[in-house]
Design a protein around this ligand. Structure first.
Ligand SMILES: [Zn+2]
Ligand SMILES: [Zn+2]
Length: 190
């Protein structure tokens, strides 16, 4: 992944690793929906792994024109399951997403601190969720993302303070969507 794509993700109010994982999962499913349905390797993998998880079936459903490819895939999959259930159902789109999240963390870890500081400055709202922060190796990047969650906690406090009628006429700042980012920091897909 080019660094500039990642630096752009860091501007948005999301966990950068979760966002890249979701993107990779969607792209993978788009590929399968496009012509992977006729790819014997894809079909064999899905038969072995047992299809998608609940979240990725939702993503699949939201893609354009899935009825026919779904019928083809599930006709195949269901047939295989009725013969023998997979030993350990595993979602192939999750596997793609996990790989992309790991790549994202590695890229973040090797960015120069000054580059990372610039990407996280000003209006940038990017962060790492608790789970991905825990996977981050020790170092400057991990320190910065830890500081990011500390700042998020301060923003939650600020949002609570401004909810008091005595301060209600103060202009709202970046704390307005802190509650949403906090849910995402806990892995919430919202
Ligand atoms: Zn995450
Ligand atoms: Zn999945």
């Amino acid at each position: 992944m080019p660094d500039d794509v990642l630096l752009e993700v860091l501007r948005r109010p999301v966990c950068a690793a979760c966002e890249r994982a979701a993107h990779a999962g969607r792209q993978y499913l788009r590929g399968v929906l496009g012509d992977g349905v006729n790819d014997v390797k894809v079909r064999a993998l899905w038969r072995r792994d047992g299809g998608l998880c609940a979240a990725h079936w939702r993503v699949w459903r939201a893609l354009e024109s899935p009825p026919l490819p779904t019928a083809i895939l599930l006709h195949d999959l269901l047939g295989a399951h009725l013969e023998a259930a997979p030993a350990r159902p595993a979602c192939p789109a999750c596997a793609v997403g996990t790989g992309e999240a790991k790549r994202t963390l590695r890229t973040l870890a090797r960015l120069r601190p000054a580059t990372l500081d610039a990407a996280l400055a000003g209006e940038a709202r990017g962060f790492l969720c608790l789970e991905h922060l825990a996977e981050m190796p020790q170092g400057a990047a991990r320190e910065r993302f830890t500081a990011r969650l500390r700042a998020l906690r301060d923003e939650l406090a600020e949002a609570i303070r401004k909810a008091d009628y005595r301060f209600a006429n103060e202009p709202t700042g970046p704390e307005a969507d802190a509650w949403l980012r906090a849910i995402r920091a806990y892995g919430g897909d919202v």
